[in-house]
Design a protein around this ligand. Sequence first.
Ligand SMILES: *[C@@H]1O[C@H](CO)[C@@H](O)[C@H](O)[C@H]1NC(C)=O
Ligand SMILES: *[C@@H]1O[C@H](CO)[C@@H](O)[C@H](O)[C@H]1NC(C)=O
Ligand SMILES: *[C@@H]1O[C@H](CO)[C@@H](O)[C@H](O)[C@H]1NC(C)=O
Length: 389
Amino acid sequence: MKGAQAWRLGSMGDMQILPGSRHRPPLKRPIWIISLVSLVCLFLVCAYIYPPQGSAACYVFSSRGCKVLTNWLPPSPTRELSDEEIASQVVIRDILSNPPVQSKNPKIAFMFLTPSSLPFEKLWDMFFRGHEGKFSVYVHASKGKPVHVSRYFLNRDIRSDEVVWGKISMVDAEKRLLAHALQDTDNQHFVLLSESCVPLHNFDYIYNYLMHANMSFVDCFLDPGPHGNGRYSEHMLPEVEKKDFRKGAQWFSMRRQHALIVMADSLYYSRFRDYCKPGFDGKNCIADEHYLPTFFNMIDPGGIANWSVTHVDWSERKWHPKSYKAQDVTEDLLNNITSIDLSIHVTSEAKSERLVQPCLWNGIKRPCYLFARKFYPETVDKLMTLLNF
Ligand SMILES: *[C@@H]1O[C@H](CO)[C@@H](O)[C@H](O)[C@H]1NC(C)=O
Ligand SMILES: *[C@@H]1O[C@H](CO)[C@@H](O)[C@H](O)[C@H]1NC(C)=O
Ligand SMILES: *[C@@H]1O[C@H](CO)[C@@H](O)[C@H](O)[C@H]1NC(C)=O
């Protein structure tokens, strides 16, 4: 009796010093087992939802790596792909994994998207002169047959169609230009330009910059604001999820492989054709600002630079970018644009964010821009004097 009492007091003393230690009244066995089983179940559910990827996580499970564990876990829950998605992805992957036909005479395709005549043909003529055989020109004039003044543009009009701002017809015109330019297997890089674009460097500089780049220059960034992801429509599900939706300027420059996958895609294209247009679903989605950035972000994110080689000045934060008049065109302005080596994106939230990235060309920081817009036609003579290729 006395001994037992002493033990009890002793144990109470222990408990005060080491709360919850070995002298706690033993749990009844069933509760102990239920707790253990619940813990194991919780662990398995976690392992299933967050499959171990890091090496540290693998070490916890097995010193032989992740294989052992992932082999006996059920496959991670992924959506079953539709026939169309499987077909689309298999074609795209094959194109990306096979280098395109190597040309002995690689050319750059300059593709002009314009309503009609090109105000800077004289300037482009000076730019192209002496480089015959290293470029080809394509003109898509959506409003009327252009009058050409340069021999490099004569007979280079392709069959065109109407282009409505914001609608898929803009993307259709881009695809029409790509399709025409792809017919020439010497074309290895494809640049989309507008009638108000001008080159900032001489031909050799631009040719080498594009031809030796290991990526395409497709503008792409995540804008969580109303003019970015706010334009996304859930009608695009299941193929295009909101987390994949991106924004970017339409003025791309792409490698032949990338031009081919744009031709090969009809699935993702059709989602933007049907569900990304002004006024649809109460949103103002602009197909040409979202289709290619989203498509490349989903299909080959590491293959694009995420900035456009065509400079435009949005710093006034109006509906339209700054258009340069003759008085704006100075050596100072051109030097400023050609020395920019950071790509800046501004999101459209009330409290907007500035996303700044160095322009990395094959891993090296270089100036970002080869072309610039928008210039009024009146600037042509001044530009020709200043650029003097
Ligand atoms: C472009 O962005 C994607 C996704 O944000 C990224 O994976 C890729 O590395 C970026 N490209 C370059 C050249 O930095
Ligand atoms: C060029 O950049 C300098 C330095 O940032 C600035 O002071 C100047 O106003 C810029 N000139 C033009 C024409 O944009
Ligand atoms: C391009 O080259 C750089 C430097 O070698 C490399 O870091 C990068 O991954 C390459 N990108 C692609 C798409 O091959």
